[in-house]
Design a protein around this ligand. Structure first.
Ligand code: SF4
Length: 224
């Protein structure tokens, strides 16, 4: 049997037990955030950081420069991470669209109402909901919770989102539960919790600070 807990208590417990995760540093420039987030898809943070540094040394991170850069040179910069060919093409494609359709800036997109700006971002090739939500949360302070693999897993194990829910179901469940001012912390702390305790394989349920409240707490024991 699990004890009752509310979203405020979950955040308080996680804040007390976890350091804010060292994600790849969010950029204040939304275009840089977009590029970092594209690079980060299926790639560890250290390799994302290295790939972005390689790219920054070689090119100015602007739609003007990246839309005309030679693809093989972008690929070489991203080679430390996964799917580098696809990502290089995505970076070129979105740079071209932003340059030609939006005068080289994401500002007009990010100033739209949230649902519209998400839709416009996700219409670009290679931009999915998580990438759109990261740009909107980190660089436009928009009220959305990006659902990465850790957020998805932890939210479902804790019963904060439907077990079989797709991206939108998880995002909207979390957003209903938590206060809008906490969305950034929710995103960061669920990632930190997923990395430290609620691991994909062998979750550390015995040590987990939320184990008294978690309907999935036997998972770790089964895997011991
Ligand atoms: S008790 Fe186990 S399954 Fe539940 S949140 Fe903690 S680590 Fe995850």
């Amino acid at each position: 049997m699990t004890a009752e807990i509310n979203s405020g208590m979950i955040l308080k417990i996680l804040k007390n037990r976890l350091a804010t995760p060292k994600l790849v540093k969010p950029k204040s420039d939304p275009f840089e955030t977009l590029i970092v987030t594209i690079i980060s898809q299926n790639t560890a943070d250290t390799n994302t950081q290295r790939a972005f540094e390689n790219l920054s040394k070689q090119f100015e991170i602007t739609p003007q420069t990246l839309s005309t850069a030679e693809t093989y040179k972008i690929e070489a910069c991203l080679h430390v991470g996964g799917l580098y060919k696809n990502k290089a093409q995505t970076i070129k494609n979105v740079s071209k669209i932003i340059l030609e359709k939006y005068c080289g800036s994401l500002n007009s997109i990010l100033s739209l109402p949230l649902d519209e700006s998400r839709k416009v971002l996700m219409e670009m090739p290679g931009i999915g909901p998580k990438t759109a939500d990261v740009v909107l949360l980190f660089s436009a302070n928009q009220p959305t919770i990006p659902v990465d693999t850790h957020v998805n897993r932890v939210a479902k194990r804790l019963g904060l989102a439907p077990a079989n829910g797709e991206y939108e179901a998880v995002r909207l469940s979390l957003q209903r539960l938590f206060n809008q001012k906490d969305y950034l912390n929710v995103h960061l702390l669920l990632i930190a919790h997923g990395r430290k305790y609620c691991k994909a394989i062998h979750p550390l349920c015995m040590e987990c600070p939320l184990n008294n409240y978690c309907p999935s707490k036997c998972l770790g024991n089964k895997n011991d």
